[in-house]
Ligand binder design. Structure first.
Ligand SMILES: C[S@@+](CC[C@H](N)C(=O)[O-])C[C@H]1O[C@@H](n2cnc3c(N)ncnc32)[C@H](O)[C@@H]1O
Length: 390
């Protein structure tokens, strides 16, 4: 089989990522955006997962499980992979991914509950922004093509929360003020409980004109904060409000670009499930704690040992002192947090950093090396930063 060979294939099953799988020359060909029953003409590409990547050039016949994708960019944009599936196939693919993952680590996949599907409403996204070298060409913003670097200029996005998409659209309009001709950046937008947080990552540091444009942009879009990251250094352009997310009633500081469950509704379901499954069981360990999505909810019922590997890079002084809110949040120094809710029920959990040996009843083994590194401020909320819920 030579690369770029054009072949006719019948799609027989779904792969783990929801791609259709056909057989050719005794090995699987993974065909994004296809379903079992599709008959396609496809170009064979790079090797992937014990087989080949294939790109559908022509669909000759359609499988029964195919649905009309609602987004005009689907099939080109790499942001979504499964819009071409009907509801039952979509659920089957998602459950299959989960069952396979559980089986791999020896957990009975029978524990999986029926899938609960929430409406698409992502509260965070990372998009590419490009200002072409030619002055007459418009700027582009969007996700990359699947497995490719090419940017898809999105004019709609059905999975993003609407206020995020408004900012995406406005960013395209101000790209020429932010980037030099031919310049590019990645923009991470997060809708926190203080408003939208924008992290821009670019090879170059921002010019003065870009900083001024960003200040105006933040006012116009009512952004909570803008940080520019360049060569590993974070420059807090401005912070109009302290950036916080409420996790089980605790206002937790959010470092730029930090992980949050993509949709608020899905996060509520996960938290509910964790609570109903293990709320009162102790010891409770949250070994991939992030901001504390699960640690804070579990802390309502007793102590929690939460561990997070990543540390936030220190922030410099605000680039626009007149627009800054206050001191940047960073400088965490602990390997773990312990959370304990021991006030009256209306109080949030009280959390403290520590390096002390595990208390009686807690596992005694040494922590792995990664957990002894410094932690970001988001993983080490201090009592002074914890505010009670309203
Ligand atoms: C997908 S996030 C989930 C965070 C949190 N549980 C939540 O749901 O919001 C996974 C987190 O685990 C952290 N992580 C990844 N590998 C780790 C490791 N080996 N030890 C500790 N933390 C790790 C990452 O830095 C990240 O913050």
């Amino acid at each position: 089989m030579s690369p770029d060979e054009l072949v006719e294939l019948s799609v027989e099953s779904f792969g783990a990522r929801g791609d259709g799988i056909a057989q050719h020359g005794g090995e699987p060909v993974f065909l994004p955006f296809s379903v079992p029953g599709d008959r396609v003409r496809a170009r064979l590409g790079a090797r992937r997962g014990g087989g080949r990547e294939g790109r559908v050039v022509d669909r000759l016949a359609s499988g029964l499980e195919r649905a009309d994708p609602p987004c005009r960019h689907f099939g080109v944009c790499g942001g979504c992979a499964l819009q071409h599936l009907g509801a039952s196939s979509y659920q089957a693919v998602k459950l299959g991914v989960l069952r396979t993952a559980l089986e791999r680590v020896g957990i009975d996949p029978g524990v999986v509950e029926p899938l609960r599907v929430v409406p698409p409403a992502r509260r965070r996204a990372r998009v590419g922004l490009v200002r072409p070298g030619h002055p007459l060409l418009p700027a582009r913003i969007g996700f990359r093509e699947r497995f490719r670097h090419e940017l898809v200029d999105i004019t709609e996005c059905l999975i993003l929360e609407a206020p995020l998409f408004v900012v995406v659209t406005r960013l395209r309009q101000v790209a020429a003020d932010l980037l030099p001709p031919g310049g590019s950046a990645e923009a991470t937008l997060t809708r926190t409980d203080s408003g939208i947080d924008l992290l821009i990552e670019a090879a170059e540091q921002p010019a003065l004109g870009a900083l001024e444009a960003l200040a105006a942009f933040a006012e116009e879009c009512d952004l909570a904060r803008i940080v520019w990251r360049s060569s590993g250094e974070e420059i807090p352009v401005l912070e109009r409000r302290p950036v916080r997310v409420l996790l089980s009633g605790v206002a937790v500081p959010v470092p730029p670009g930090a992980f949050l469950q993509a949709s608020r509704a899905a996060e509520m379901i996960l938290v509910e499930e964790v609570l109903s499954g293990i709320a009162s069981l102790r010891p409770a360990l949250d070994l991939f704690a992030g901001l504390g999505t699960f640690a804070f909810t579990l802390a309502q019922a007793g102590p929690v040992h939460a561990v997070e590997a990543r540390s936030a890079p220190p922030l410099r002084s605000p680039a626009l002192p007149w627009a800054g809110h206050g001191s940047p949040s960073s400088g965490a120094t602990s390997s773990a947090i312990r959370c304990r809710r021991n006030g009256p029920p209306a109080m949030p959990p009280r959390c403290s950093t520590h390096r002390a040996p595990a208390p009686p009843g807690w596992p005694r083994h040494s922590p792995p090396p990664h957990s002894t590194r410094s932690l970001p401020s988001h993983a080490t909320p201090r009592p002074s930063r914890v505010t009670p819920p309203n």
